[in-house]
Design a binder for this molecule. Sequence first.
Ligand code: ADP
Ligand code: ADP
Length: 229
Amino acid sequence: DGAIRFENVRFNYDPAREILKGISFEVPPGKSVAIVGPSGAGKSTISRLLFRFYDLTSGRITIDGQDISEVTQASVRAAIGIVPQDTVLFNDTIAYNVRYGRMDATDADVRRAAELAQVAGFIDVLPEGFDTMVGERGLKLSGGEKQRVAIARTILKAPPILILDEATSALDTHTEQEIQSALDLVSQERTTLTIAHRLSTIINADEIIVLKAGTIVERGTHKSLLDAD
Ligand code: ADP
Ligand code: ADP
C-alpha cells in the first residue's frame, strides 16, 4: 500500500558536497506529505533517490518495509507514478502517451482515465481525437494539456505511490487551479509525496516538511507552520 520511509538518508552527487545531510521522514500509507524549501535544498534529489536513480551514501529508504536498494529498479518504478513540472511527451499519439506505463490497458480504460483527467475535453474537438500525434511531429499541446495527459497516465497506471514534483509550477494561476483539482483527485487515498515551493498547492497535505540545504528544519501542518511564522 506504499508506505515510504527515509531513515537518516545521506547523499552527495560528488564527494566534495553533501546534498542530503541525514534526513528522516515517513509517508504513511494513503497519506500525503509535502516537501517545501528553497531552490537547491535537495527536494528533487529526494524524488530521484526514491526512483533509485542513485545509491545513498548511508541510511535507508524503504517502501512497505522493503529496502529499495534490495529490489530491482524496475519494480520500484512500477510502484511509483510521477507528475513532473514539465511533462515531456513522446512524439506519438495522445493514446500512446496515456497508455505508456500500462501498455496492456484497453481503449476503454484509456478513455476512462482521460475523462477523469479531463483530457477528453480537449481531445474531443480534435479531428483525430486520441490518435492525434503530439510533439515535434504533431500538435503542440499547452502546458496544462500536457499535465492532463500525465495525470491520465497516472490514473491508468494506478500506482500505490504518487510523486508530484512541482507539478503546477509552470502553469498560470487559472490553469494551476484546474490541474490542482485533478491532482487532488488522483492523490486521494494514495501515498503521495508532493514537492512544492508554493504553499497554496499543499494545503491538504497531512504533513509539511521544510528542507533547507539538505536538512529538515521544520515540520508540521499547513496551519501550524503558518501560526509559527
Ligand atoms: P531542489 O529540488 O530543492 O531545487 P535539487 O535536489 O534539484 O534541489 O538539487 C540540490 C543540489 O544538488 C543543488 O545544489 C544542485 O545544484 C545539486 N545537483 C542536482 N543534480 C545534480 C547532479 N546531477 N550533479 C551534481 N549536483 C547536482
Ligand atoms: P518502468 O518502465 O520501469 O515501469 P517507467 O519508465 O515507465 O518505469 O517510469 C515510470 C514513470 O516514471 C513513468 O510515468 C515515467 O514517465 C516516469 N519517469 C521515469 N523517469 C523519469 C524521470 N527521470 N523524471 C520524471 N519522470 C520519470
